[in-house]
Design a protein around this ligand. Sequence first.
Ligand code: UDP
Length: 319
Amino acid sequence: MRTLITGGAGFIGSHLAERLVELGHEVYAIDNLWTGKLSNVAKIQSNKRFHLVVDTILNESVMNELVFKVDHIYHLAAAVGVLNIMDHPVETLDINVKGTETVLRLANRFKKKVLIASTSEIYGKHVGHSLAEDDNRVMGTVKKRRWAYACSKTLDEFLALAYYDEKKLPVVVARLFNTVGPRQTGRYGMVLPNFVQSAILGKPITVFGDGTQTRSFCHVRDVVEALIKLMDEARAEGDVFNVGNDHEISIKDLAQRVKEMTRSPSEIEFIPYEKAYGPGFEDMQRRCPNVEKLKNLIGFKPNHDLEAIIQSVIDYFKE
Ligand code: UDP
């Protein structure tokens, strides 16, 4: 199989590329290295079945050639990281909206199957129970920048499903919940790499807000296995799937677990949201996926529990 991964030098994209090369695929990766890094693909760079193109997915002629060449496309390229999104609202909207439009239009030109990576952000402020694919979305005001990201990814989903319904293009939408593991950088605000780095360095572990907000973390390798199975499953076409681990933890408990597992002397410090992200920020109080649909279709079962997840991130930063 010839596979194109947009965002192939990113955190998730590089793990996916590695796994697909291992499975015998010919992998083409395109990445503009905005948040992706060459070091992410260092392990596979010399493999004859891996090809990296450093360019933007908005470059039509390059994308046209790549899409023509491959059998299917994992579309992972997007603006990522809450801090990044708050700092770069124009680029965020540009890449998430025009980028996905380009991928789908070209995929349709050559009738190539596409898996679109979406996000749990699209559920917005929905709280109260684990989130299922058909739940309503609860968005904040347009004055709060965070929602631009959620809306842009929602539009990506609408567009993908529209291509499926109207043009018969085979598409699958995977809504990724908090994905963590080796190679994820803390630079764009993600919580686990930040906590682990601070703990190792003996710096304060900074919990934003009161720390009662919850998240559910899934190891990147478990996510990658789910994406590959979804791509290979014809019954997934034209549909949307949550991808994540349904084990939920509060952020203050996560800080404590990281502190214990690293045997760190670091203090756990509570920082108001405005100080962390600037004015106009709203957080999600709770976010846990309902993964029944994914379990029923592909028998999804994450192999890494929270302890293994945290340990893999500790090992990565210690290395
Ligand atoms: N967070 C935190 N300290 C940090 C980074 C993040 O307390 O150094 C909090 C953040 O406010 C959010 C949670 O951890 O409530 C998860 O943040 P992340 O950016 O990793 O993911 P997302 O908010 O997109 O779920």
